[in-house]
Design a protein around this ligand. Structure first.
Ligand SMILES: [Zn+2]
Length: 274
């Protein structure tokens, strides 16, 4: 009997570490496979993870009261997720860029109101492309002001999108309640009108499609790009925001300023192959 017990314990000692190792490996794989990275270290809090549903949107916390809204659309037949930003302030909510579709925008408005129990004060559009501006009409219909630069307003009109109020030329710095906000035009790049949004309280820089995520191996949609000006425009961002802690690109995962350097590398590679 004692010998049997001894053999059993010996077997347990041999197999337990392997079992623990397998469990840890499995958990690690599961966390990675969700694809929800979060640079602040806090666990992401998706409100709706149904990206397979084309009308759904996802809310993911970036840092403190700043969240990303993520929706999916199609570019050249490929399904692509797009990021916009949500700043929850003491006085209301600021949204940067709309989702890809009007239905997703309606769902975003419902999700934001339900989750944060606050009104949306205004929306900022970073450039006149479908993944940034398609939902503008839904906000305007609900009497939520939609702001852009005059250049983006002009581009929007040309392309048949709803025209935002071009107030950002005059008011590049704004505040709402406890949250400051700056919009900055660093020059032409992904488009001729692309702007970025800086949140000084949290040191978050939302760059939209001007900056590529680290997993990007190409420059994405360059139909309206100025490839010659883009590298200098990206360098302007590095110079203006040396203390950016989190850089949120238009597509893919956010990270630090190395996303901007990665974009410059992609641009250099692209110019060599041309
Ligand atoms: Zn774009």
């Amino acid at each position: 009997m004692r010998k049997r017990m001894f053999l059993f314990l010996k077997y347990l000692c041999k197999t337990l570490p392997v079992a623990i190792l397998l469990f840890c490996f499995g958990m690690n794989y599961f966390c990675k496979s969700t694809g929800l990275k979060n640079t602040s270290g806090a666990p992401p809090e998706p409100v709706d993870s149904g990206l397979s549903d084309s009308d759904s949107i996802e809310l993911i916390r970036v840092k403190e009261n700043v969240w990303v809204h993520r929706s999916s659309g199609f570019f050249k037949g490929e399904k692509i997720p797009a990021n916009g930003l949500i700043a929850v302030t003491s006085k209301g909510i600021v949204i940067v860029d709309t989702p890809w579709t009007e239905k997703q925008t309606e769902n975003l408005i419902l999700a934001v109101k339900e989750k944060f129990q606050k009104e949306i004060s205004f929306v900022i559009i970073t450039h006149a492309h479908a993944d940034r501006i398609t939902g503008a009409g839904i906000f305007i219909k609900q009497s939520v002001p939609v702001y852009s630069t005059s250049l983006t307003a002009k581009e929007a009109e040309k392309k048949g999108f709803p025209k935002p109020n071009p107030k950002l030329d005059l008011d590049p710095r704004m505040s709402l309640g406890d949250t400051g906000l700056e919009v900055y035009y660093p020059g032409q790049g992904h488009t001729k009108d692309n702007i970025v949004v800086w949140l000084p309280n949290t040191h978050i820089l939302f760059t939209g499609c001007l900056v590529k995520s680290l997993e990007s191996k190409s420059l994405g949609n360059i139909e309206d790009a100025n490839l010659n000006a883009w590298p200098m425009t990206a360098k302007n961002l590095l110079e203006r925001y040396p203390d950016a802690e989190i850089v949120v690109p238009g597509h893919g995962d956010w990270g630090k300023s190395d996303l901007i350097r990665h974009t410059i590398r992609l641009l250099n590679e692209n110019s060599k192959t041309e």
